[in-house]
Design a binder for this molecule. Sequence first.
Ligand code: SF4
Length: 472
Amino acid sequence: MEITSQNFKKNVKTALQNQELQSALKKSRSGFVDKRKIAVHALNEFEMLRKRAATIKNHVLAHLDQYLMQYEESVIQAGGHVHWASTPQQGVKIIQGICLKADAKYVTKGKSMIGEEMDLNHALEEIGMDVVETDLGEYIIQLAEERPSHIIAPAIHKTRNQITDLFFEHHAKHGITEKVEEVSAIVNEARTVLREQFVRADVGITGANFLIADSGSSVLVTNEGNGDLTSALPKVHIITASIEKIIPTYKDLSVFLRLLGRSATGQEMSAYTSIYRGPARSTDMDGPDEYHVVILDNGRSKMLEGEFWEMLRCIRCGACMNHCPVYQSVGGHAYGWVYPGPMGSVWTPLLVGLQNAANLPNACTLNGRCEEVCPMKIPLPRLLRSLRAQLFERGLVDWKSRMGLKIWAFLSQHPLLYRTILKIGAMCLHQMGRRRGSIRNLPFGSAWTASKDFPASTGGSFVSEWNSQKRS
Ligand code: SF4
């Protein structure tokens, strides 16, 4: 998958000019936020659960190797196989191998961000597989040949009209020639088309929200039930997961499930919580003959060693992006890789290299909303600041910003000079905005002021204003 995170500024311009995207973002803006707020307020122990969940994950991350080995043993005992992949390329090779060995032609897929990290659809198509996404949002973007723009609502950037056109264009080969516009009709049409795919699939691939170490179970949370049909009907079931998905026991699972639904969609629980544990037993009425779990590292074990380890607590609820003004204005594609929003601005540079995503840590106002709503108490603003410091240390900041920071560092060590220059600056700003009452295209601040007015200064600095307020 092409990484375009280094083009973030260009991507942003394109996103801001895309009227259909802006209209889709506007419609989705308050939905998740309002629903989460109601769901969280209705649960008195939400704060206690957040603390508990963060403690569990911290413990797991401190003993990650032990829990992963315990999980592997449990899966093997249940008749399944665990495969370890250090890189997305290794993961792809493993999955291609399983599909080829099964002589598969048709593959159904549930939503999996790890599958996106591996660019799995393309990799399977390259070896002749017919791959169909079964999550409605993923199915829509597969038809549009795009990637997800949100980790729980992959097609959130699409308007209803765009989906109508996509279905009309692609469903003729299934004998559907009528244009559908109502949401329920769109959903029914997708159901009709996907039903055929479920039945003919040789291999089903799903993601996993959690892996439970002591039972070897894999837990998948969905709202459509497509995960169950993807996993139970084909003769081979492959689960894609990453190393930090592990939790110790079912008891711990109950903590995470109560946080996940509320934080993601404002639901008390997602509609389906499916638990898989090995291939079908002789007494089972259905289920796969083969059961494989592919666990990807892709730089995560390296993250464990350093200052960004807390990011590994993430349960992919999407709350941080739902509350982020930057994400809400530009959507997910601008971030240029698999993970958008505040969590993506931390994950992406760590996984694809800071030099390939140097703008992302700056795609943030540091308003702190993401940390406030994160169910796993991940200090996203602090992590973003640390990435900014690394950008500076590694010389990945442009010369203007570097020079500005150096001047500021010098001035902050010389308070008298600092105050004098500030005073002159405030007076200049006052003069510049005196007539209009506001300033447009502020020199050195044009990115802020090109599209919105900057209020004219009163002529005093913040400190002088503060002192005069105190005196009055
Ligand atoms: S960083 Fe927090 S809020 Fe964002 S997706 Fe991860 S768990 Fe959810």
